[in-house]
Design a protein around this ligand. Sequence first.
Ligand SMILES: [Zn+2]
Ligand SMILES: [Zn+2]
Ligand SMILES: [Zn+2]
Length: 162
Amino acid sequence: MSSNPRPTASNGAPASRGAIAVVVVLLLALVWGGKQYAMPDFVACPDCGGRGIASCGAPGCEHGEVDCPGTCLRASSPGWQKMNVRGHSADELWVRFVHDDGSWVAWNDRHKGEVIEKVEGRWVNRGRCPVCQGKTRVACAKCQGKVACERCAGRGRLRTWL
Ligand SMILES: [Zn+2]
Ligand SMILES: [Zn+2]
Ligand SMILES: [Zn+2]
């Protein structure tokens, strides 16, 4: 038995297996290649910064949010300035709070969303703002963030083609 290689049969099977393999590879190439062409690319919508929410026109409303009405430190707080603080980059921004005795303390922008309060003449950090949960922005009372961006129809992204 082992001396008979039966060339016809042994040639036939590998040939068809090879053909199947070629077809599979071609199909995979088609699927993969098709994906490259058929899948659209998206970019963040420049009108809404990728949020899909537009401003309603109310004062201060940006993307359906307004500045926190609380007392947290935020981008709109007055007095942001660069300072030379040991162990910190000269590019960091700080806000200085002067105590009643004339000395002062400063917090940098990593403390945005934290409440800085004066207690018995001295400024203290009370931690995360309970009004905005430390986000420094709250939902706009007029639109509640429900005005969809027109350009991206509220999706927050745009196709780069079609
Ligand atoms: Zn948009
Ligand atoms: Zn609004
Ligand atoms: Zn706040």
